[in-house]
Design a protein around this ligand. Structure first.
Ligand SMILES: CC(=O)SCCNC(=O)CCNC(=O)[C@H](O)C(C)(C)COP(=O)(O)OP(=O)(O)OC[C@H]1O[C@@H](n2cnc3c(N)ncnc32)[C@H](O)[C@@H]1OP(=O)(O)O
Ligand SMILES: O=C([O-])CC(=O)C(=O)O
Length: 383
């Protein structure tokens, strides 16, 4: 479009502005594909629903990083390395113990990753091998950090990683001192698979922006954690549960929701930048939530879920996103609400680092343009 600015001698191009980069395709990726029209999400070509049903989280992490599912031998080697890297060293432990426990647990996770970077003598090294090693280390140690922080806030001592347990069982054991029923373990593991990767979402894009300047992987992950913390992104899984607790009873849900919509408030856990007709991951996670609720005989949150979903759909047509079923599922599993988004980090570290490695392999500095909307140029002497 061409306009003539006031007083301008020549025509000025007015660029189209894509606020929030909505609808803008900024690069290619071979890691995952989101097709909102068909409600489909694939990781490296595999449907996420199939991966959640049939694969362990370790297999999915391997797939995201390597592009292929592991053979039995590759998986054995991979899990061996993961299990050997779970422990937190003393210096990281002592840094984390000094963080005030009234801060948000996402601040702890962000600080921990940043500190891991300071301890890595090869922090700046970004060869594929070095970045893979660092990714695997962050993947392995994050559950230890999240579980220890949750227990510290409860006044409990940390529980050391159990090398005989798989990823999901080990995390639950470090949180609660026991491995829960397989129904809970599988539901938790499915949430890990579903949260792992989602193309150019805000936190992944933040990681890619940092990587594009040739900064290090810890800096990129630290930025991604900061982006995920916000309630329009990963922070929504916590907000959903605080809202459900506020609602308290299914018969209060409709009135609660209508009052929020009348006040023009956003309802957490609903809506999505890409999916406009429902999030591809929700049916799988909703089923996992129902499995947990039925197993525990506690259906109140599912009833509130159903009410909110129906009233929201009738009034706005806006559907739940993945954070909506995951919030109550994590609550029923026994996690503290403030740890829900750090648990999301434990999963998304796989997607973030896959994208960081992809960005390194085919880098271009990410630097969009803006249209200036401030004061016209003026002279200091006339002020
Ligand atoms: C894993 C994840 O990160 S999933 C996302 C988690 N985030 C949330 O659940 C937070 C709540 N949801 C939202 O705020 C939004 O749906 C977002 C940020 C996720 C996506 O939003 P965008 O693509 O930018 O759409 P936008 O916010 O412009 O919404 C479009 C319209 O739908 C409305 N809308 C979208 N989501 C919601 C919602 N959750 N509650 C109420 N209205 C909503 C907006 O008010 C807007 O209406 P308008 O056109 O009349 O102004
Ligand atoms: O894709 C997005 O914008 C947000 C999301 O669902 C995710 O990161 O999983």
């Amino acid at each position: 479009m061409t306009t003539t600015g006031a007083g301008a001698a020549t025509p000025v191009e007015t660029p189209t502005i894509y606020k929030g980069l909505a609808g803008v395709v900024v690069d290619t990726t071979a890691i995952s594909k989101v097709v909102p029209e068909t409600n489909s999400l694939t990781y490296r070509g595999y449907a996420v629903q199939d991966l959640a049903e049939h694969c362990s989280f370790e297999q999915v992490a391997y797939l995201l990083w390597h592009g292929e599912l592991p053979t039995d031998g590759q998986l054995a080697l991979f899990t061996q390395r993961e299990r050997a890297s779970r422990r937190l060293d003393r210096s990281t432990q002592s840094v984390l113990q000094r963080i005030p426990d009234n801060c948000h647990p996402m601040d702890v996770v962000r600080t921990a990753i940043s500190f891991l970077g300071t301890e890595d003598p090869d922090e700046e090294l970004s060869t594929p091998e070095a970045n893979y090693d660092k990714s695997l280390r962050m993947f392995a140690v994050l559950p230890t950090i999240v579980a220890a922080d949750m227990r510290r806030r409860r006044g409990q001592d940390p529980i050391a990683p159990h090398h005989g347990l798989g990823y999901a069982e080990n995390f639950l054991h470090m949180c609660f001192g026991e491995v829960p029923d397989p129904v809970i373990v599988r539901a938790f593991e499915k949430s890990m698979v579903l949260y792992a990767e989602h193309s150019f979402n805000a936190s992944t894009f933040a990681a890619r922006v940092v990587t594009s300047t040739q900064s290090d992987i810890y800096s990129a992950v630290t930025a991604a954690i900061g982006a995920l913390k916000g309630s329009l992104h990963g922070g929504a899984n916590e907000a959903v549960m605080y809202d459900m607790i506020d609602i308290d009873r299914p018969d209060r849900a409709a009135q609660w929701l209508n009052a929020r919509l009348d006040a023009d408030e956003k309802i957490m856990g609903f809506g999505h930048r890409v999916y406009k007709n429902g999030d591809s991951r929700v049916p799988t996670m909703k089923k996992a939530l129902l499995d947990v609720a039925n197993h525990l005989g506690e259906t109140r949150w599912c009833e509130i879920y159903t009410e909110l979903e129906a009233v929201m759909d009738a009034r706005t047509g806006i559907k739940p996103n993945l954070d909506f079923p995951t919030g109550p599922a994590y609550y029923l599993m026994g996690f503290d609400i403030a740890s829900f988004t750090p648990i999301f980090v434990m999963s998304r570290i796989t997607g973030w680092t896959a994208h960081i490695m992809e960005q390194v392999a085919s880098n271009a500095l990410i630097r969009p343009l803006s249209q200036y909307s401030g004061q016209p140029q003026r002279s200091l002497t006339s002020a």
